[in-house]
Ligand binder design. Structure first.
Ligand SMILES: [Zn+2]
Length: 366
């Protein structure tokens, strides 16, 4: 597909369509027809993605060009069969299916897709949830998403901060390991066994870090949901990430920007959204502008330095972490306006970690 597409592209011919590719590659491989189709669909989706990105001026993005020796085959739902503890992956008419032993503890739901990797099988499972019952209290909370605290929730009386430090250190660890690997790799010859080994090591650590981060984000989101349930919050206001990308970006130091990519906040919010929805809690985005500067007591704007927030107008002092969450709650309650004196930072803030730091990872990476 890469070859055909490049051939047509370079000659300014019409690009092959999905239907044409499907017709062309039909019955050419010892694979199930739907597997071939799924790979073609994936390829076409990539082409579309690159095309739109390039249209929007990003000329750095390339169309698929790399020759890939291996590609994970995808097996679609209708063709998958479960036989006792085994999942049967069809490999086309007249060929024996691949049998994969499933773990004892499987999540409930229907397997809709399976992707076969090296020593790993990735399953996509759908699980329809019943419509959640809306709690009655109608209480609101504010959530501030940030780097030092991944999430900080407050309902006006209680507050919980979920630390983001663990995540940061994991990422720093990765950067270090990748730097050493890169150095070692530079001394090897292309195609040598040593280089291949180093490439694999790099892939392995990056994949592991990805999983650790995903896990931490899920746990952090769960802790915020727990807080909402414990205090009967039914509406959670969150600062929109749009402003975080543009405005907070240059305010933060360059180093911080490198440490935690903004896409992770987006993912964190996605996780939160669906986890909250299960319990009938709404997540509403509001503008984050000035929420970290405004004094919740008198409304004065202050520049913040250090860990404590101090208002020059009314001498109000509070832990800096809480200010954002309290003001977001305030803004949400009064349609975008921060009303002074309505919500103050709680005296007690509970600090939590998403997950205990994995020593195993640190050892391996360090
Ligand atoms: Zn003040």
């Amino acid at each position: 597909m890469v070859k055909i597409h490049r051939f047509c592209r370079r000659r300014h011919w019409l690009w092959p369509t999905e239907t044409q590719l499907k017709a062309h590659f039909k019955q050419r491989f010892p694979l199930h027809s739907q597997t071939v189709q799924a790979i073609i669909e994936k390829f076409c989706a990539t082409i579309d993605g690159v095309r739109t990105k390039r249209k929007h001026g990003d000329k750095q993005v390339r169309y698929p060009w790399r020759f890939r020796r291996y590609f994970n085959p995808i097996f679609k739902g209708q063709a998958l069969k479960i036989q006792g503890q085994h999942l049967l992956l069809p490999s086309g008419r007249g060929r024996e299916p691949i049998r994969v032993h499933l773990p004892e503890a499987m999540p409930t739901g229907r397997v809709v897709q399976a992707e076969l990797g090296f020593g790993a099988l990735y399953l996509t499972i759908t699980h329809e949830l019943a419509e959640p019952v809306l709690p009655e209290s109608g209480k609101a909370g504010g959530l501030d998403i940030g780097v030092i605290h991944l999430g900080m929730v407050c309902d006006g009386e209680e507050a919980v901060a979920v630390s983001g430090r663990g995540l940061r250190s994991v990422k720093q660890g990765r950067a270090k390991v990748q730097a050493t690997l890169r150095k070692k790799r530079a001394r090897t010859k292309p195609g040598s066994r040593r280089r291949k080994r180093l490439n694999r090591a790099r892939y392995r650590t990056s994949q592991k870090v990805k999983r650790v981060i995903r896990n931490a984000l899920h746990h952090a989101a769960n802790q915020i949901v727990e807080f909402c349930l414990a205090y009967g919050i039914t509406i959670l206001y969150v600062g929109d990430l749009g402003t975080l990308n543009d405005k907070k970006r240059h305010r933060r130091s360059r180093r911080t920007n490198q440490e935690v990519g903004t896409w992770e906040f987006g993912r964190f919010e996605q996780y939160l959204e669906y986890k909250l929805r299960r319990h009938g809690i709404q997540l509403i985005q509001i503008s984050e502008a000035y929420t970290s500067q405004t004094c919740p007591h008198c409304g004065h704007l202050n520049k913040v330095a250090g860990r404590t927030y101090h208002c020059r107008a009314c001498d109000y002092r509070a832990h800096r972490d809480g200010i954002g969450a309290v003001n977001i709650l305030n803004k949400g309650m009064y349609s975008g306006e921060i009303r002074p004196g309505e919500f103050l930072v709680p005296q007690r803030i509970t600090y939590r970690r998403p997950v205990p730091l994995k020593r195993a990872l640190r050892r391996r990476c360090g």
